[in-house]
Design a protein around this ligand. Structure first.
Ligand code: CAA
Length: 257
């Protein structure tokens, strides 16, 4: 596929995907979605790749879904085509994806960042769900993921007023894992992704799956799910290698089996 709205490069075992519609502040349209899904499917299928980083520009991770694309649509178009349902496929990426956010992550931009496995924020990052100012609402999962990430009070205030929060407030609220200086954001995200890519691949998938399960399951069901995956990892060669390497005081060498 010939990408027009994203840039994709491999840095060792890390796939770096950069949203690239600078004139529209990386507004997310149908083309961005189809290119992103294509890139994530290729990343997931490539055994040389262990973790991805999704980033934008210094000014904007993404300023939302493309308002100009949606403006003329009616209910029949949106409901009939289940508009935004395609983004669910992004969340089915099995390997981890880190969002590296600088500048605006608004509306759909904030929602896509939250679809990633965690968010690293530049000190310039600003998060918000301003859809209410357009007389609409989040539509890509924002009301659900934001409420789970920051709790009801802050999610409700953000959705009802459109107020943006800065990186400090986002970190305090648990929306981002940590803040780094803007100039270091992408390199720091790649470094973190490389650490993850250096772990045993099946253990990475299992850890991602079980933490995500915490947002879908009740506690006892989630604990049971975790335990079954944990048991399952004892059927892998890499578990034998990982524990032998610890006992022998050396680094593990993974086969992904
Ligand atoms: N969709 C389409 N185009 C957008 C856009 C969006 N979400 N956000 C910015 N742009 C475009 C602007 O129209 C402008 O294009 P032109 O030069 O052709 O006029 C260009 O990007 C630069 O934007 P501004 O001139 O507005 O830049 P600024 O620095 O003055 O302001 C901003 C930056 C505060 C982020 C402002 O652009 C803004 O408020 N953007 C819209 C934010 C928003 O409402 N997002 C939610 C969208 S709806 C949604 O996402 C639904 C959902 O739940 C998924």
């Amino acid at each position: 596929m010939n990408y027009e709205t994203i840039l994709v490069e491999q840095r060792g075992a890390v796939t770096l995907v950069t949203l690239n519609r600078p004139k529209a502040l990386n507004a997310l349209n149908g083309r961005v979605l189809s290119e992103l899904l294509h890139a994530m499917a290729a990343f997931d299928a490539d055994p040389s790749q262990g973790c991805a980083v999704l980033t934008g520009s210094e000014k904007a991770f993404a300023a939302g879904a493309d308002i100009k694309e949606m403006q003329a649509q009616g209910f029949a178009d949106m409901y009939g085509h289940d508009f935004f349902a395609g983004w669910d496929a992004f969340t089915r990426t099995r390997k981890p994806v880190i969002a590296a956010v600088a500048g605006y992550a608004l509306g759909g931009g904030c929602e896509v960042a939250m679809m990633c496995d965690f968010i690293l924020a530049a000190d310039t990052a600003r998060f918000g769900q301003p859809e209410i100012k357009l007389a609409v609402s989040p539509g890509m999962g924002g009301s659900q993921r934001l409420a789970r990430a920051v709790g009801k009070a802050k999610a409700m205030e953000m959705c009802l007023t459109g107020r943006m929060i800065d990186a400090e407030e986002a970190e305090r609220a648990g929306l981002v894992s940590r803040i780094v200086p803007a100039a270091d954001l992408v390199e720091e995200a790649i470094k973190t992704a490389a650490t993850i890519a250096g772990m045993a691949p099946l253990a990475v998938k299992a850890n991602k799956e079980m933490v995500n399960a915490a947002f879908d399951m009740g506690l006892s069901q989630g604990v049971q799910f975790e335990r079954r995956l944990f048991h399952g990892l004892f059927g892998t060669q890499d578990q034998k290698e990982g524990m032998a390497a610890f006992v022998e005081k050396r680094a593990g060498v993974w086969t992904g089996k």
